[in-house]
Design a protein around this ligand. Sequence first.
Ligand code: NAD
Length: 350
Amino acid sequence: MKICVLPGDGIGPEITAEAVRVLKALDLKIEMEEALLGGCAVDATGNPYPEATQKLARVADAVLLGAVGGPQWDSLPREQRPERGLLGIRKDLGLFANLRPAILYPELANASTLKPEVVAGLDILIVRELTGDIYFGQPRGIEVRNGERVGFNTMIYSESEIRRILRVAFEAAMKRNKKVCSVDKMNVLECTQLWRDVAIEVGKEYPEVELSHLLVDNAAMQLVRAPKQFDVMVTGNMFGDILSDEASMLTGSIGMLPSASLDANNKGMYEPSHGSAPDIAGQGVANPLATILSAAMMLRYTFANEAAAQRVEGAVKKVLAQGFRTGDIFEPGTKRVGTREMGDAVLAAL
Ligand code: NAD
């Protein structure tokens, strides 16, 4: 198993170090090699996704990423911003399916801003299309028309792109509670009318799965009103960007949420759902659990090692039950620990 490790910027190096320790402790045949992505890559090479990283990422079976970005790179030309590195590697590796589970651990029920009865036992999976939509559509730009500046982007999806992401959602639902909710805005956007039509077609291939549809505005509302009605939610790149962040906050801590981005052959990039948290970088206080849980998803989806995945997830549950908390999930009566100590606790639980 070849893993390309991309620590990235901000808290990225601190949290990936803990996930790497966990992977090493599992006694599996794993080779890991590090490379640069994001702001650190811009500083070193001028390119947020340098050639050496491209080579390594392409031959690896999986990529473990910390996070990229930070205020020091925000004023660079768009092509050199760290986020371009992230979009670049997703596109380069053909990672079209982003899987983001939002699970509420019972020990952290108070961390949610919603009432415990609304979120207790929450377990939903947001499947977001990652390589198409308005984020990549052409034409795009800012230009002067009739004496004023105009900004424009193109929302575009082909039916094959829609079909493959819907299949990922239906396959995931088959292993869960057999419910898929497809989210679109078909009342105003033709592109998403096609999305709905194709969703209905793909749904016919999965008669055991209950398919429903929501307009994105209603979906955003339902997610905070009654999130437990959902099992798998599937949507396009831009709607998914927003809804997956909303869903993650139902659980109260972004520091707990892993994600997987897969290609057609289950090669994947695994990363926490949060960003590089420049406000706490270098302090040793970041929560490494989202990254450790991302490594567990890697074991499950790319390496098809369910037992190892569950071992890691079980260790995380155990440290929460033991009362270990980083600052982001701390409550009076629990033990406040830093990034390294949290990693130590997971290793001990393993
Ligand atoms: P963020 O997720 O980095 O931080 C939001 C808040 O959550 C901050 O207060 C931060 O301290 C806290 N937080 C995040 N992760 C945490 C953790 N593991 N433990 C404890 N607290 C944690 O979002 P932001 O502030 O909007 O963005 C910061 C930078 O990250 C920006 O440059 C942005 O572009 C980038 N970003 C990168 C990714 C990625 O690499 N996939 C995703 C989102 C944002």
